[in-house]
Design a protein around this ligand. Sequence first.
Ligand code: NAP
Length: 339
Amino acid sequence: MATYQRIVLAKPADGIPSADNFQLDEQEIPAIGDGEVLVRNFLASVDPGMRSILSGTDSYSAALKSGEVISSASIGVVEQSNNPKFNIGDVVNGAFGWSQYGLSNGRGLLKLTDTRLPYSCNIGILGIPGLTAFFGLERIAKLQDNETVLVTSAAGTVGATAGQLAKAKGCHVTGIAGSDEKCAWLRDVCGFDEVINYKAVSDLDEAISNACPNGIDVLFDNVGTAMIDRVIPKMKMGGRIVVSGQVADYNKAPADRPGLKNTSFFISNRLRMEGLVVFDDFREFGRAKEDLTQRIVNGQLQYREEIIQGIENMPSAFIGLFTGESFGRRLVQIGELPA
Ligand SMILES: NC(=O)c1ccc[n+]([C@@H]2O[C@H](COP(=O)([O-])OP(=O)(O)OC[C@H]3O[C@@H](n4cnc5c(N)ncnc54)[C@H](OP(=O)(O)O)[C@@H]3O)[C@@H](O)[C@H]2O)c1
């Protein structure tokens, strides 16, 4: 009997997830039915936003139940096919989660035929994180040339991509990140104008004011409410706040999350704050992916990946997103790469 491994939710998480929220189990590789494909997955992602489905209560996505596979983006190779749209050997982008195998009727499976960049990019800078940066700036911030932009969790794929896209529009870009190594990469490799290690400065408010002495047009926030509240008084007239992610708040119960106090600035400075669900831009993904690919191929857009080995290491890879240990896009290789 041929088997494969997958990781399921053992029990809902309370606070920062720990190893006992997850369980590795073994399943029999299923037989395919009419119209189906069997995919052997070799890469799966860990994303901070997945935290919301692990709490046992529904948010904008339904909560996972104990025993269900942890959902995520994945890349795999078609091993068997009863579907005329897919051939054995096709490499596909799917959403099979933390699982070495998956069955699909083909809906939602994307065949990867563009080989200009490594497959991993399709669930990294060309996947949801890169697209979040792209549409957060274009649709939500409506970024203009030469504006002043502040990006938080800037060394993550969303933040680093947003900062570089803003630089390409001539903007003055400041990134906030949690280590000197991350700050050096943002400044020296990604071309950010100013960087702030929020764990090292004695006064973060002062550091932001020094980096953006004339105020901020766009805050691209990946961190959460306390960070937004701190920046609101520094926003220029007509400033925009992109609420992309809330990594500092995901592990807190709703009652423990900080609130916004500085809302009077929304009136006096005509500010706008808007959240983003990148799937709303689905129809435009092709255009954005081509734009990002060309920038990378031309050397104008940098990205960083950490590929961790072994499906058994998926929980620790995920938990490391909340400790500052991760640096760039975190993926896990859960099976052999195709030849
Ligand atoms: N709205 C959407 O449609 C959408 C789609 C995709 C992703 N997102 C969101 O975008 C954000 C960025 O995603 P990403 O994949 O690029 O992840 P990421 O920024 O790489 O997230 C991990 C990093 O977050 C930082 N962090 C962790 N805990 C923190 C805390 N308490 N305070 C401040 N920073 C903390 C750490 O970096 P430091 O060392 O710098 O602290 C860590 O390395 C996430 O919040 C994600 O949920 C939104």
